[in-house]
Design a protein around this ligand. Structure first.
Ligand code: 13P
Length: 353
């Protein structure tokens, strides 16, 4: 059980993360995943280029109007920018909460996956607190397919997420708890709805059993979508209806909020779907975005690794952040896209590692 004196502080940070009109930027890609992003712009994957890439994303003038927090990679939380300032200091000065990805990646268990990183987690979190982190992320991955997700995989991932969340809260860090249902596959939207319901039911059972304070955590899920290779595209209204049916069944009233991942949706698609979900004003929890690809892709393609493109790329980033901010309030409309030329791309990119 988490000390009650800590819960009020956790709840305050969690509320700040999902404050009205704000969402969270995921900028915590592994070196391997950054390599994939860089390959698309023919940029070498080395430390200097990763620093410049993160600097492009994290120092956008006006960013804090739409972005409450940034999930950093272990490399970035220790890195200094070109001007000698740490990324953490720059975020703090901008009024943006620094967060950190703390899982150590995936392992295969048959055709399914579990996430590693519980061993030694407490000591690593203490170091991240000293480095200025205020929240954490742990991503588990669930696959839909023949006989999947299995009960064992759902249960083990739920137990690991709950164990992680508890250690975070004991260290005064708000856990983002992410059971990602992969978009890959030929499954129907109905199958995704059933899988999401099973996953979230098990997850909240395990979170409660572990004594995690639900008012001091943020849930991070996929939207309920048909598989990428199903040949079917759900409309924003269909995505919203299925996602909200699951949430109304599974999410407890105490939960501080939910921040969606984009999961390989096109960037405008991710905005439209969030906007449709946030038309419902009677929900108990703030529902916002915590995108990586859907916030970064258009800016990355404008940047191309060249300093002369920095201002244009940051403008594109700010535009996407603003569009998603409006969507999180249910106030987005596609005419607003015209604000920035080439501000959006419908190109979906491959999943994270
Ligand atoms: P995407 O928005 O690219 O899915 O990434 C979000 C994330 O943090 C996945 O763990």
């Amino acid at each position: 059980m988490v000390d009650s004196s800590k819960i009020a502080a956790l709840s305050k940070v969690a509320k700040q993360m999902v404050a009205p009109g704000k969402g969270i930027l995921a900028a915590d890609e592994s070196m391997k995943t950054v390599g994939k992003r860089f390959a698309s712009i023919e940029l070498e994957n080395n430390e200097d280029n990763r620093r410049a890439f993160r600097e492009m994303l994290l120092t956008v003038p006006g960013e804090s109007e739409y972005i409450s927090g940034v999930i950093l990679h272990d490399e970035t939380i220790r890195q200094t920018m070109a001007n000698g300032k740490t990324f953490v200091a720059a975020l703090q000065e901008a009024g943006i909460l620094p967060g950190i990805k703390v899982d150590l990646g995936l392992v295969d268990v048959g055709a399914e996956k579990l996430t590693t990183g519980l061993e030694g987690l407490d000591a690593r979190l203490k170091e991240y607190v000293a480095l200025g982190a205020t929240f954490c992320k742990w991503r588990s991955v669930i696959t839909i397919g023949e006989g999947m997700p299995s009960e064992e995989n759902i249960r083990q991932n739920a137990k690991d997420l709950a164990a992680y969340a508890l250690v975070c809260q004991e260290n005064g860090l708000v856990p983002m708890v992410e059971p990602e249902v992969l978009l890959d596959g030929t499954h129907t939207q109905e199958q995704a709805e059933t899988a999401s319901t099973r996953i979230l039911t098990a997850l909240f059972e395990e979170l409660r059993a572990a004594g995690v304070a639900l008012e001091g955590m943020i849930l991070k899920t996929s939207m309920v979508l048909p598989g990428k290779d199903s040949g079917v595209k759900a409309s924003p209204a269909e995505v919203a209806a299925a996602t909200l049916r699951v949430f109304k069944k599974c999410l407890p009233a105490e939960l501080a909020g939910e921040a969606f991942l984009s999961g390989g949706q096109g960037d405008v698609e991710a905005t439209q779907n969030l906007n449709a979900i946030d038309q419902d004003k009677d929900l108990g929890w703030p529902l916002t975005f915590s995108y990586a690809r859907a916030l970064q892709d258009a800016a990355t393609k404008t940047w191309m690794g060249r300093s002369e493109n920095l201002a244009a790329a940051q403008k594109v980033f700010l535009h996407r952040a603003k569009m998603n901010s409006l969507a999180s309030l249910g106030q987005y409309s596609s005419e607003l896209e015209l604000d920035v030329v080439a501000g959006a791309s419908e190109v979906a990119t491959a999943t994270q590692d």
